[in-house]
Design a protein around this ligand. Structure first.
Ligand code: ATP
Ligand code: MG
Length: 379
């Protein structure tokens, strides 16, 4: 699905660039046709001028030729009145004018032909130019339309991919959480209970033999049951502390911090700024989970001596900051190493993102870590 959308996006982009290339070519064709048109038009004007001066010339020569013919007729009719010289001249004159006229008429025909075919070419070019301009503007509309709308489409595809990736990592995170719970139950209460069953069987066998030994065993058994009860309570608390649903975020954080401090012998200081109240349960659960992961990371990785939790309730937003004085880490290195998927930090980001909040992770080697989450509140 993700790769299909990637392909679609690629195809769309390629289509847009093909259309743009086509548009460029049409522009080039239009441009060279325009140049050709201008050149032809200039030439055509010259030929038109030539035609009209040729027409004048033909008219003049026609008149002259007619005169020469009349003169020849006159001379031929009254040959006694004219000298042989006169007759010869009139004859040559008429012949010359006739020849000239014939030549001129020939040239005129040619010129007219040239002019007419140029006119046709000009009209053809004009038509082509109009078409090219039309096509170019249509292609402009198409590309504007495509790029405008496709930008939105690409954005939509990106958003869908993001949502999809987010969905996948949420599922992975859920699976990881289930795995952890299964492991916790397997390593803790399940083993303790197996042990309890064995011890109870032993007690049953001892009943008739050694009462004192049975008392001792029962005492141990009681401790084992107490311990598994504690483990079960802890698992339940980790899964979803009831105090979170019943009393809200701040009391749940206080309870969690107290337990944590007692269990791991690590001082946790809590500062609450603003009046504690109830927030939408999605916000309370998300912030609590983030805090849980922060403390779990500190326990697993930080080697810290102190932890400070600050919950700041402001109008329009709630900030939670978790600070430790441990060994710190380099976020880029962790991202680049990518040896295995770390769900902790990823989950924090996702939960914050879902609530349209912001998370900043500030840490460097030897400098401890500060994780700040800010989530907007509706009222
Ligand atoms: N407070 C901290 N101090 C020092 N290093 C930390 C701290 N928080 C996180 N890290 C480092 O960042 C890494 C990534 O943390 P993240 O919570 O994502 O994964 P993880 O704790 O290793 O595994 P997971 O949470 O999935 O069980 C940790 O492996 C650790 O190296
Ligand atoms: Mg972690």
């Amino acid at each position: 699905m993700v790769s299909d959308m990637g392909n679609l996006d690629k195809i769309i982009k390629e289509t847009v660039s093909a259309v743009e290339a086509g548009k460029r070519q049409v522009f080039e064709i239009a441009e060279s046709s325009q140049l050709e048109y201008c050149r032809l038009k200039k030439e055509f004007e010259e030929v038109r001028q030539q035609v009209s001066s040729m027409v004048n010339e033909v008219d003049t020569i026609t008149v002259e030729e007619k005169k020469a013919r009349t003169r020849l007729a006159e001379v031929s009719k009254n040959f006694k009145k004219y000298t042989e010289q006169d007759i010869k001249k009139a004859y040559e004159d008429a012949q010359e004018k006739q020849l000239k006229l014939a030549n001129l008429r020939g040239s005129e025909r040619l010129l007219r032909y040239k002019r007419d075919s140029m006119e046709q070419s000009l009209r053809r070019l004009e038509g082509m130019l109009n078409k090219a301009e039309n096509l170019a503007s249509q292609l402009s509309i198409v590309t504007n339309y495509l790029t405008g709308n496709l930008k939105d489409l690409s954005q939509k595809i990106d958003d869908m991919q993001q949502v999809q990736l987010l969905g996948i990592s949420i599922i992975k995170a859920q699976e990881e959480e289930r795995r952890r719970v299964a492991r916790d139950i397997h390593d803790g209460p399940a083993q303790l209970m197996a042990n309890i069953v064995m011890r109870a069987e032993f007690c049953l066998k001892l009943m008739d033999v050694d009462h004192n030994k049975v008392r001792e065993e029962l005492h141990d058994l009681q401790n084992l049951v107490r311990q598994s009860l504690q483990d079960v309570r802890k698992i339940i608390f980790d899964l979803r502390p009831m105090v979170l649903d019943d009393l809200g975020l701040v009391p749940a954080v206080r309870r969690y911090a107290e337990d944590f401090q007692a269990q791991y012998d690590l001082p946790v200081e809590i500062v609450v700024i603003g009046t504690a109240r109830r927030f939408p349960i999605t916000i309370e659960v998300a912030l609590f989970r983030i805090l849980q992961e922060c403390l779990s990371n500190i326990r697993k990785h930080a080697r810290a001596n102190r932890i400070m939790i600050k919950v700041e309730i402001l109008t329009g937003k709630i900030n939670v900051v978790v600070k430790d004085d441990g060994i710190g880490f380099n976020l880029d290195q962790i991202k680049n190493a990518g040896k295995r998927e770390c769900f902790g930090l990823l989950g924090m980001r996702e939960r914050t993102q879902i609530l349209k909040g912001e998370i900043t992770i500030n840490s460097s080697h030897g400098q401890g870590s500060v994780i700040s989450v800010s989530v907007p509140l509706e009222d």
